[in-house]
Write a protein that binds this ligand. Structure first.
Ligand SMILES: [Zn+2]
Length: 306
């Protein structure tokens, strides 16, 4: 059986097509940040440079049309690789409340229109609302205050991202509240923070899914395998933002029985797609069976197909 191909982790704000960003920057008479040009040409930059590049695209998402364009970029990238689904992380609080550059209504309408276009192409998507870990649990509650009163049906999950700056045990009440509202809960953990964050996110935060998790030790991999916790792996992003984690632990994670799947993370900033990520997995020595496992996990644990 051939399983549907799913991009298991991609961010709305980091997905915009470079050609659109370039033309939009020209239209607005904005200079492209140097780090963005460097990343587009395949170079690497320090973490701060990555954030500068990411925020430049995010700042362009100030209208319903721009948000729809970002979803379109995800759909086109997925569709071009033969994909039929994506789990899309999005940060409405950052754009609506923190930066005040768009209304929540316009934001959701842009997403909704993009997802409707996706459905016409046979591509299914859902949204995971992302909160910023290092802003702390109070911020997490603010994110829920913003989105829960009128939660669109395509929002399936809640997650933390950003720097792993505040302990996951402190986030437990926020995660409980999200679960009580019917959302599934994920966390970026063990990416820019220690591997112990992965264990804590699962055991004390009760999260059902880990993004990255690449710094987890063997005991934590066993825990993830025992509990069947899905882990989203994004090789291009890891190379750009966690280059010190080498060799990449994906083969070790799969060997331990962890339910890993591939995602693109920020493909409009650090260019990649599901094909490049599969090629990266192959270059780690994974065989066709392992690649099929990644694809099967990608479909079976996807929230967009649930
Ligand atoms: Zn991410």
């Amino acid at each position: 059986m051939i399983h549907p191909l799913v991009d298991r982790h991609t961010h709305l704000e980091g997905a915009l097509a470079p050609a659109w960003v370039r033309s939009e920057a020209e239209r607005r008479r904005l200079a492209l940040p140097g780090p963005l040009e460097t990343l587009w040409s395949g170079g690497s930059v320090p973490f701060e440079g990555f954030i500068e590049a990411f925020l430049f695209g995010a700042a362009l998402l100030d209208s319903r049309e721009a948000v729809r364009e970002a979803v379109r970029a995800v759909v086109q990238r997925t569709h071009a690789c033969g994909g039929s689904g994506f789990d899309l992380w999005a940060s409405p609080h950052f754009l609506v409340a923190h930066r005040g550059q768009i209304t929540l209504d316009a934001f959701w309408r842009g997403v909704e229109e993009g997802l409707a276009e996706a459905a016409v192409q046979g591509v299914r998507g859902c949204v995971v609302v992302d909160a910023v870990n290092h802003f702390g649990p109070k911020h997490g509650h603010s994110v829920l205050d913003l989105v829960l009163p009128e939660l669109p049906p395509f929002v399936r999950g809640f997650s933390t991202g950003g720097l792993e700056g505040s302990p996951f045990r402190d986030w437990a009440p926020v995660f409980d509240r999200a679960r009580d509202a019917g959302l599934r809960v994920a966390a970026h953990a063990g990416e820019n923070g220690p591997g112990s964050n992965v264990r804590e996110a699962v055991l004390e935060g009760g999260v059902a899914r880990i993004v990255h998790g690449i710094r987890a030790d063997d005991a934590t991999l066993d825990l993830l395998a025992d509990r069947g916790v899905p882990v989203d792996i994004c090789p291009t992003s890891n190379r750009a933002l966690a280059a010190d984690v080498a060799p990449h632990p994906l083969p070790r994670m799969l060997a331990a029985g962890v339910r890993c799947a591939l995602g693109t993370d920020d493909p409009g900033v650090a260019p990649c797609d599901l094909r490049t990520e599969a090629a990266a997995a192959r270059s780690m020595g994974l065989d066709a069976t392992a690649l099929e496992t990644l694809r099967r996990n990608g479909a079976e644990d996807a929230w967009c197909l649930a």
